[in-house]
Ligand binder design. Structure first.
Ligand SMILES: [Zn+2]
Length: 62
């Protein structure tokens, strides 16, 4: 179990990196979270993330 501190450090570094990356990102209209992907969906000028796009707009044909 000696690898736990290393993993934790890595997680902390990764988390800080993620936070700085998210600065200046557009916010999703629906969940109000910064867009984390390299793309977003623009529906009539409103911005949506992948998750909201799928949950709000994707319809399954039965
Ligand atoms: Zn969203």
């Amino acid at each position: 179990m000696s690898n736990i501190p290393d993993n934790y450090d890595f997680f902390r570094m990764h988390e800080a990196e993620q936070e700085s990356k998210l600065e200046g990102r557009p916010l999703c209209e629906c969940c109000e979270e910064p867009i984390q992907d390299d793309f977003y969906y623009d529906i009539g000028g409103e911005i949506y993330c992948e998750d909201c796009m799928v949950s709000c707009f994707r319809k399954i044909i039965e």
